[in-house]
Design a protein around this ligand. Structure first.
Ligand code: SME
Length: 165
């Protein structure tokens, strides 16, 4: 009998956290780090089907989230005001938002018919929300606590990097 060694999600999350550290030490700019993080998470985490950063537009009034680096299908939502979407909710509250079933959340702005769950994690720079890391999944309830910790860790790396920029 052939037995296949399958990694638990916990092992995979640990591995990807180390990969994110490696990217952080190799990236020359915050922008390169953001690009690397979107690639890493989209390529390596099977349920992370769309991964992107939205950053607050400098000096915009009213405040506006603008799509930055992303991996996955094209989205119609390239600019999102803070009073719209799961993205607006995370940025305006400064809290991670996890939605297990987007169909049941009236705030949800649809990007793709395939999306079933979503997580949005704020990126803080000097204690203030500067943007966010948004991930969509084709699976219901794709984001467990360990996923949330991994994604928050990646968002923190980017925030610290932007503080130094
Ligand atoms: N679903 C998000 C919009 C961005 S797309 O997921 C890429 C929202 O509800 O804010």
């Amino acid at each position: 009998m052939i037995t296949m060694a399958t990694k638990s999600n916990t092992d995979k999350v640990d591995e990807i956290r180390k990969e994110a550290d490696r990217l952080n030490s190799e990236a020359r700019t915050a922008d390169q780090l953001m690009e690397g993080v979107t690639l890493l998470l989209n390529n390596q985490m099977l349920k992370y089907n769309w991964v992107g950063f939205y950053m607050l537009e400098p000096r915009a009034d009213p405040p506006m989230l603008v799509l930055g680096h992303y991996r996955g299908a094209m989205t119609p939502h390239t600019r999102i005001p803070l009073n719209q979407g799961i993205c607006g909710a995370a940025a305006s509250s400064g809290k991670t938002v996890v939605v297990d079933d987007v169909k049941k959340d009236s705030r949800y702005l649809a990007c793709s018919l395939e999306t079933k769950s979503e997580i949005v994690v704020p990126v803080f720079v000097d204690g203030k929300v500067a943007g966010e890391l948004d991930i969509d999944s084709h699976f219901l309830a794709a984001f467990a606590d360990e996923d949330r910790e991994l994604i928050e860790y990646c968002a923190q790396l980017v925030g610290k990097r932007l503080e130094r920029a």
